[in-house]
Design a protein around this ligand. Structure first.
Ligand SMILES: [Cu+2]
Length: 142
């Protein structure tokens, strides 16, 4: 019963983002099951493309499930996790994701802790495949 209560508090802290990084980290320490974070991906520069990324800790890896809408069927758009925020993104990707396309794509980040992503400044972005410097969607991981 105690374990369950801690788990619920931890999940609420992670999902709500109400606690600070230290709070999230200590909540992580209490969680032995898979943990999860959801990132809203917003359209940039009027692209009309938006979506949701769900990041889940599976053992030593983080699985990123990216669901986008507004990408034309059959088009593959580069997607990455970059250091920084959507407002001030480091242009060098930290982790490549499977190219975004209409619907859901999955990427496994091997040896990555969800706590690292949540505790640092990272953002998920999607690029125009014809002009990589042009970003079409972005969401801050927090
Ligand atoms: Cu990128």
């Amino acid at each position: 019963m105690v374990r369950l209560s801690l788990g619920l508090i931890g999940a609420a802290a992670l999902l709500g983002g109400a606690c600070g990084i230290a709070g999230a980290a200590s909540a992580m320490a209490n969680l032995h099951a898979a943990t999860k974070a959801t990132v809203a991906i917003s359209a940039q520069h009027g692209s009309g493309q938006h979506g949701t990324a769900v990041l889940t800790q599976h053992g030593a890896n983080v699985v990123v499930s990216l669901t986008m809408s507004g990408i034309r069927h059959g088009v593959m758009e580069p997607a990455h996790i970059h250091p920084g925020t959507c407002a001030k993104l480091n242009p060098a990707p930290k982790w490549p994701l499977t190219n975004a396309t209409a619907g859901t794509t999955m990427t496994t980040l091997r040896g990555v802790r969800l706590a690292t992503l949540l505790g640092g400044k990272y953002a998920i972005n999607v690029h125009d495949p014809h002009n990589l410097a042009h970003y079409v969607a972005c969401g801050n991981i927090k």
